[in-house]
Design a protein around this ligand. Structure first.
Ligand code: ZN
Length: 369
């Protein structure tokens, strides 16, 4: 069965304004105006590589549509939806909540176009038109809370896809694997007391949000045990991530037995990312994808939906996207041209601290119901 793919040019028109990376430009502080780290180039260039390499010919394009307000209300409050709409309609656009999530006029419509596309992809997977799929959407979603936008995220894209799969297609249990370098706090928060969704986040410890994503955050009430956090010190490479999957992520999924797997796919865990300090390479991401596909075949008839999150290296993110999607569809049309440089770093070896952190996280699998 085929692999679905979603991208629309309007995703590149989501305007994050004039910034000095992640802080506001300010001549008094010597901060020259430039662009936001969250910039259209990274995602647009992933799409362009997929087209130029010919990989697009092996994928089934999923058309986007605008998600309705009713669909947004499955996760978000009316207050939050109205707030984003008001900001989006104002002359200069606005901010989703935390004052570091700017968007231009019409940002609401761009965000809902991506979300509707994800819902279409859920439909295509659940009706077996495609086996799995990659939604290259922008803005991202895994930091957004029910009532608050933050960390470049307006709405909770992945969580909205999960609710859709459960409500419309009767999927009961879903696991989310978040390999973005930042903690998937929004997804975790939305399902914190919900035993039907297992959220697994692998992230650089103490990066963003601060004081979030600790191993002690395990869910509450009926959902206790279904939030699993794997914080790691900076510097983990391909072998470390593979060990995380072998020792924690895959055993967790096998214990939970989901019917579908969502992936919050951030390429900011890659070796060249300006915001993260991890060392994953394109081939590393491909190996993690392969592992997830194997476990998805065991429990979910292969159902995996990846929603795009972070990833801020305009040069290298495209090769990560290419490698992941190649693995998903089994067509290998392009090798990572950087592999000769980045795949051989000695830092890919697992060190003692990493081993301890992974062992501690592995103990949490026992609490998964
Ligand atoms: Zn991120």
């Amino acid at each position: 069965m085929a692999t679905g793919y979603l991208y629309h040019e309007l995703f590149g028109w989501h305007d994050t304004g004039t910034f000095a990376g992640e802080i506001s430009a300010d001549p008094k502080k010597g901060l020259q105006p430039y662009s936001n780290f969250e910039h259209s180039d990274t995602k647009r260039r992933i799409h362009e590589l997929i087209v130029v390499s010919g990989l697009i010919n092996h994928l089934v394009r999923i058309e986007p549509r605008h998600a309705t307000e009713k669909e947004l209300l499955r996760v978000h409050t009316q207050r939050h939806i109205d707030f984003i709409k008001t900001q989006s309609d104002s002359r200069m656009g606005g901010d989703a909540g935390d004052l570091t999530t700017p968007f231009g006029k019409g940002g609401y419509e761009i965000a809902t176009l991506g979300i509707g596309g994800i819902l279409n992809m859920v439909d295509a997977i659940c009706t077996k038109k495609i086996k799995n799929g990659y939604a290259l959407v922008r803005p991202p979603g895994h930091h957004a809370l029910a009532d608050f936008g933050m960390g470049y995220c307006l709405f909770a894209n992945g969580a909205l896809g999960i609710k859709h799969a459960q409500e419309i297609h009767g999927i009961k249990k879903i696991a989310v694997v978040d390999w973005d370098v930042h903690h998937g706090n929004g997804t975790q928060d939305i399902f914190y007391s919900d035993p039907s969704v297992l959220t697994i986040s692998i992230h650089q410890d103490g990066l963003y949000p601060l004081n979030s994503g600790m191993r002690s955050e395990q869910g509450e009430k009926a959902g206790f045990g279904t939030s699993l956090n794997i914080p790691l010190q900076a510097g983990v490479g391909n072998n470390g991530y593979e060990k995380v999957f072998d020792d924690v992520v895959l055993p967790a999924i096998r214990k939970f037995k989901p019917e579908m797997i969502f992936v919050a796919s951030g390429f900011d865990s890659c070796v060249y990312d300006p915001l993260g300090r991890m060392l994953l390479t394109a081939n590393g991401y491909a190996k993690l994808t392969k592992k997830l596909m194997e476990v998805a075949d065991e429990f979910c008839e292969g159902k995996i939906l990846m929603t795009h999150e972070g990833g801020y290296s305009a040069i290298y993110s495209p090769f990560c996207g290419q490698a992941v999607i190649q693995e998903m569809c089994g067509k290998y049309v392009l090798d990572d041209p950087f592999a000769g440089i980045v795949d051989t770093y000695p830092s890919h070896r697992v060190n003692l601290v990493q081993e301890q952190e992974i062992n501690e996280a592995a103990k949490l699998v026992l609490d998964i119901p």
